[in-house]
Design a protein around this ligand. Sequence first.
Ligand code: TRP
Length: 341
Amino acid sequence: MEKKKQALPARRQVVMSGIRPTGFLHLGNYFGAVRNYVRMQEEYECYFMVADLHSLTTHPDTKELKANVHRVLAENIACGLDPDKVALYCQSHLYETCELYLYLCMLAYKGELEKTSTFKEKARKQPDNINAGLLTYPVLQTADIIIHRARYVPVGKDQEQHLEMARNFVNRFNHRYGEVFPEPAAFNFGEELLKIPSLDGAGKMSKSENQYATIYLSDDDELIRKKVMRAKTDPGPAERNSAKPDYIENLFLLMKLVGTGDEVKKFDEDFNNCTIRYGDMKKQLAEDMVKFVHPIREKAEAFRNDEKYLKEVMQKGAEKATKSANATMERVREAMGLKYF
Ligand code: TRP
C-alpha cells in the first residue's frame, strides 16, 4: 500500500526559561516555577537553562560554580523535569548565545540599560564591581530567549522589565534587519502565579529572608518539623466563622498544597467552631510537608552524586539547544548581511 505523504508536524510553541545557579530551591520556587516547567514539558518545546554566565555578573568567584550547577540540575530533575522531554542545558555550553548577545549589544543603548531596576539595585549592592556584564544582563537574557525563537517565558514578576526590554531589542532587530524573531512574553501555565507565603507570616518564601520561614527542598525531616512548629499562630479565633488572619490563612494554603484535602477540611471546620488547636494543625502540616519534601530531597541527592548521569544530561541538553540555536543563527547572519561568500 502506498504510504501517504505526511506533512511535517508543526513545530510546537517554544518555551524558554533560565534558572540561576545561586541558592537552594525552596517551596516558593517549586510551586512558583518548577511545577509550571514540569507541566509545560508535555505540551511545548521547552528549553530550560542554568544561567551560569549570568551568575558571573555578581559572583565572579567560580570555586563553587560546578557544585551549584550540579545541584540546581539535580533538584530540578528531582522535581520532575525530564531531560528526555526538554532541553536542559547550561548557558555556557551554548556558545552561539554569545554571538547573538554581541549583535544585540549594538542595538541596546547605554541609557536604557542604566535605567533597569535590577541593574540599579545590583550596582548599589556591589559599588566596586559595576561591570559591563551587569549592565548588559538583560541583553544576554534576551539572547538566551530568542536564540530558540521562543515566544513563552515562564518567569516571575521580578523579570517583567527584562522581558519588556527583550521585546524592544527584538523589535529593533526585526525593524533593522527583517523579521526573524517573535516577541517573547511572560507566560505561566494555567492559573496565576502562586506566591508561597513564608512561615512567619511576613511576605513570601525567599532565599534572602528569614531562613526559618522558608522550607528548602534540601531540608531534612527534623528541620522541616522544627520550621513548621515555629510558624506564627495565635490563641485562636474568639468568634465563630471569623476571618482568618494572614498567617493562619498561609498555614491552610500550605496544607492544601502539600497535604490531602481531608485534613484541611477538618481544621477549617475546627477553626469555624473555635475549637482549632494550632499545635495539632502544625503537627499535621509538618508531617504532610515531610512527606512531600522527603522523596524530592532523596532523589535530588542521588542525582547530585551521580556525576556521570549529570554529564550525560548536560551533553544531551547542549546538543538539543545547539541544534535549535544553529538554525536561528543561520537566519540571523543571513538577515544581517554577514554572509560574504
Ligand atoms: N534573569 C533570570 C533570573 O534572575 C534568569 C535568566 C537568565 C532567565 N536567562 C533567562 C530567565 C532567560 C528567563 C529567560 O531569574
